[in-house]
Design a protein around this ligand. Structure first.
Ligand code: CTP
Length: 444
């Protein structure tokens, strides 16, 4: 690592301003500099931004109640005060500045600031008139001159009130720079994790999918021949389940549409069980568009091994043994191509007949090939997907029933990328790295 805050613990106090939502991004930036971040919330801040989001982003349970003890009985704001290298309050409201200037420790943020020997950085955000008021000016002056706090002055710009004034929370990069400057280059204050506030039991590897809705299909479909027999395939669902687990660990809300699988399914996912291609198609189309007409998910990962053919007329009674028998098969609908058409607003002929889904879901297909990937690039285009993950199911260690996979990833807008033979979980994480970048670009 080479961040400017490597190994440091930053206590981030958030108070009840509309700018509180920006604190989520501030957590990312501080962590990107190598810091561990512990969030403290005032009660009103918790009404602007969900503690769950902040916990997932920071990897620490949030300290939002001055009377709550840590699970091990320690007092949260005191542990944070004693172990943090820097405390940063962003955004700081007029009310909080007043409470702090007078030492009124009714919330965890003020209490931690009172209890700490660490430097404190304060980034106010409020209406311009409020910031200009002599009371606020005096409180800010007290914090700066009396307490030695660093004040990251707000900026001139449009405010939540609709007015333009001096009160907008400073650019986050300025706040990060102020934290870096306050931390200085002395030793880390409390390097022993036992002296620091506790982490979440299961920390998201990287909370870059918080708030994203991801649908994953997994396993092999079964097409009934009669009530007893079916046409199936060798898929175990391992790859799809690994993707669902990895996405959950990164904070996504995951729906797992599971056909026939022989591995355990993650409890944190919403599970939808299906058997046939027809059921899988119905389950997906049901979940594609929300009641408001917008896309109901951000991402579809189509890892299921979907049958290409099915019996034309499955029987209701068991077929009995007799002479030779011919089973008539028909092609199944291409579900992924159909979802892609809907997402792009196209009809079956490729003509634009409606608006594309908004926001346009990212579509990821899989292709099980044997021998060569010659058809993969064409399949990517034909299906209208953003990414196609091709694997050679004939290769040892790759494909059905193994814990590893060697894949080549085709993208609509870049050269194919051949990945080495790695665990399916590692394939999942690399795929989600690419996906997270794509979603960030889409937002940008
Ligand atoms: N797929 C689908 N519906 C089908 C068949 C496949 O949605 N009826 C999806 C698979 O889940 C996979 C992708 O399409 O994500 C590619 O599947 P694959 O079987 O490799 O492609 P096919 O369309 O079957 O093409 P081909 O038979 O030419 O290999």
């Amino acid at each position: 690592m080479s961040g400017r805050l490597d190994g440091r613990l930053v206590g981030l106090g958030i108070t009840g301003s509309i700018a509180a939502y920006k604190a989520a991004e501030l957590i990312r930036l501080l962590r990107a500099e190598g810091a561990e971040v512990q969030v403290l919330l005032t009660p009103s801040a918790a009404r602007f931004v969900a503690p769950l989001t902040l916990a997932a982003l920071s990897g620490h349970p949030v300290d939002g109640d001055i009377l709550d003890l840590l699970p091990d009985g320690r007092i949260g704001h005191v542990v944070i005060a004693d172990s943090a290298d820097v405390l940063v309050v962003a955004p700081a409201t007029a009310h909080w500045l007043g409470a702090m200037a007078n030492g009124l420790a009714a919330d965890p943020v003020t209490a931690a600031c009172l209890a700490t020997a660490a430097p404190v950085v304060v980034a106010p955000a409020m209406d311009g008139e409020m910031y200009a008021h002599p009371a606020t000016r005096a409180n800010v002056a007290r914090l700066r001159e009396g307490f030695g706090y660093t004040i990251v002055e707000p900026e001139l710009g449009p405010l939540a009130s609709g007015q333009v004034g001096l009160g907008r929370l400073a650019e986050l990069s300025r706040i990060v720079d102020a934290v870096v400057a306050a931390a200085g280059d002395g030793p880390v204050r409390a390097p022993d994790p036992a002296a620091r506030p506790p982490r979440l039991a299961v920390e998201p590897r990287d909370a870059d999918l918080v708030g994203r809705r991801i649908v994953v299909t997994a396993g092999g479909t079964a097409e009934p021949i009669d009530p007893v027999r079916f046409i199936g395939n060798r898929s175990t669902g391992r790859m799809g389940v690994a993707i669902a687990e990895a996405a959950l660990d990164r904070g996504a809300a995951v729906t797992l549409i599971a056909a026939n699988v022989s591995v355990a399914l993650p409890e944190a996912a919403e599970i939808v069980r299906v058997e046939s291609t027809g059921q899988l198609r119905a389950a997906l189309l049901d979940r594609l568009v929300g009641p408001d007409g917008a896309a109901a998910f951000d991402v579809l990962v189509m890892a299921a091994a979907v049958a290409d053919f099915r019996p034309v007329a499955p029987t209701d009674v068991k077929l009995v043994r007799g002479g030779p028998m011919t089973l008539e098969l028909e092609p199944t609908p291409d579900i992924l191509a159909e979802v892609a058409r809907i997402a792009h607003g196209l009809d079956a002929t490729g003509a634009r007949t409606r608006d594309p889904l908004q926001p346009r879901p990212v579509l990821i297909g899989f292709a099980a090939e044997t021998g060569s990937f010659d058809r993969a690039a064409d399949k990517l285009r034909r299906k209208g997907v953003d990414l196609l993950v091709a694997n050679d199911v004939g290769e040892p260690g790759s494909g059905f029933g193994t814990d590893t996979n060697r894949v080549t990833v085709y993208a609509a807008d870049s050269e194919p990328e051949a990945w080495p033979l790695v665990s399916k979980r590692e394939v999942a994480d690399r795929l989600l790295d690419r996906l997270a970048r794509r979603l960030a670009d889409r937002a940008g």
